[in-house]
Design a binder for this molecule. Structure first.
Ligand code: NDP
Length: 248
């Protein structure tokens, strides 16, 4: 049985969807949880209540991860409040889908800034903390479209491919310090992000998946829990697909 008692996990975008499921799962294994969110306070409070049911400490931090200075302040505050960080989960993400033909510069910039630079900011500000501890887990949420591309998602797939390159680079930098850095590439998961698609598109995508169904946020949370655990201490620089065979 995986055990994260005594550890502190930071989950960006932990207020709903996959991030909330990750926060609840890690809490269920005993980790204290810092949830970083930027949108609805109500959603964040709901997630906090679910984590609290697991009997661990949980705090909410309002922070736009694409903001370098705000991320630094947030990491400092979390270290003060919890006494340290053991697990960083870069989950916050947005989409601004459309063909390049009609993609605005701001659609490209905002997706790269949140999905890729946001993950960089959080890694940058926890980096020396993990180095000093000679221990730590960094897990970033990529996507199958970062591996295979997808029409209408040039900005998003570039950000998710960037996560893969950054993960492998950071893994190489920190391997000698006992810090692992891995990514998870989810396929098509049931959350607000994919619920926004039309029923027809949902059916078409599900039909194209070898397992013929969408995944659940908990499927991603289970993989994060494993990579965060001591059992995964010899795994670094890995990109784990959790996709029902979608990108096989
Ligand atoms: P949701 O849209 O349901 O949730 C996104 C989360 O990210 C929210 O908690 C949101 O916070 C947070 N967030 C967005 N922007 C920022 C920001 N600037 N700073 C801090 N937090 C932010 O998405 P999912 O749960 O579906 O996706 C989670 C991750 O998984 C994303 O990185 C996504 O790209 C990735 N993914 C999802 C797939 C899917 O099929 N759903 C497939 C592959 C990858 P708030 O609620 O406060 O706005």
């Amino acid at each position: 049985m995986l055990n994260l008692k005594g550890k502190t996990a930071v989950v960006t975008g932990g207020s709903r969807g996959i991030g909330e499921a990750i926060a609840v799962k890690l809490a269920g294994l005993g980790a204290d949880i810092a949830i970083v969110y930027v949108g609805s306070e109500e959603e964040a409070q709901n997630a906090k209540a679910k984590v609290l049911e697991q009997g661990v400490k949980v705090e909410l931090y309002y922070c736009d991860v694409s903001d370098f200075a705000a991320s630094e302040e947030t990491v400092k505050k979390i270290i003060e409040d919890f006494g340290g960080i053991d697990i960083l989960v870069n989950n916050a993400g947005i989409v601004r889908d459309c063909l390049v033909l009609s993609m605005k510069e701001s659609d490209f910039d905002s997706v790269i800034n949140v999905n890729l630079k946001g993950a960089f900011n959080m890694i940058k500000h926890t980096y020396s903390h993990f180095m000093r501890k000679r221990k730590g887990r960094i897990i970033s949420i990529s996507s199958v479209v970062g591996l295979n591309g997808n029409a209408g998602q040039a900005n998003y797939s570039a950000s998710k491919a960037g996560i893969v390159g950054m993960t492998k680079s950071v893994a190489k930098e920190l391997a000698g310090r006992g810090v692992t850095c891995n990514a998870i590439a989810p396929g098509y998961i049931e959350t607000d992000m994919t619920n926004a698609l039309s029923d027809k598109v949902k059916e078409q995508v599900a039909a194209s998946i070898p397992m013929k169904k969408r995944g659940k946020p908990e499927d991603i949370a289970n993989a994060v829990a494993f990579l965060a655990s001591d059992e995964a201490s010899y795994i670094t620089g890995e990109v784990l697909r959790v996709d029902g065979g979608m990108a096989m």
